[in-house]
Design a protein around this ligand. Structure first.
Ligand SMILES: [Zn+2]
Length: 136
């Protein structure tokens, strides 16, 4: 990392997550670029924000974690975001939740039409038929 960011509550409780495994921004960015020209760096910022929104929603739904109570956004790097947790236990629980989400994201087909589902801010939706799952 180019610069050091201070630990939030306890040292060593940060979690690094890849934004491309959390955000479906690429799909939309491709459409936006086609219609309006290159988004470039702006798309990278959107991806960071969307990935953070996705993580906050999932951790809220699954773990009951609240932003600024259990975790905070620490910093972002190239295609990654770094979160800081209050404790090692909470960090590890969050890592398990996000890993399960990423496995699910890659495999779940739509129950209505069988097409690949996409995650949008913690909700599974089908871009083909409009199916949407409950948030958790
Ligand atoms: Zn569908």
């Amino acid at each position: 990392m180019a610069y050091e960011v201070k630990d939030w509550k306890a040292p060593g409780c940060s979690l690094i997550l890849k934004t491309d495994k959390l955000s479906d921004r690429e799909t939309f960015s491709a459409e936006i670029n086609e219609k309006y020209g290159e988004g470039g760096g702006l798309n990278a910022n959107y991806r960071t924000v969307e990935a953070m929104a996705v993580v906050a929603n999932i951790l809220g739904c699954v773990n009951g974690f609240n932003y600024s109570e259990h975790f905070v956004f620490k910093t972002s790097g190239l295609d990654e975001i770094v979160l800081d947790f209050r404790s090692q236990e909470e960090r590890d629980a969050a890592e398990r939740t996000i890993r399960e989400y990423q496995i699910k994201k890659a495999t779940d087909p739509c129950p209505d039409c069988g097409k690949q589902l996409v995650h949008q801010e913690g909700i599974l939706s089908c871009r083909s038929c409009g199916y949407q799952s409950a948030p958790c």
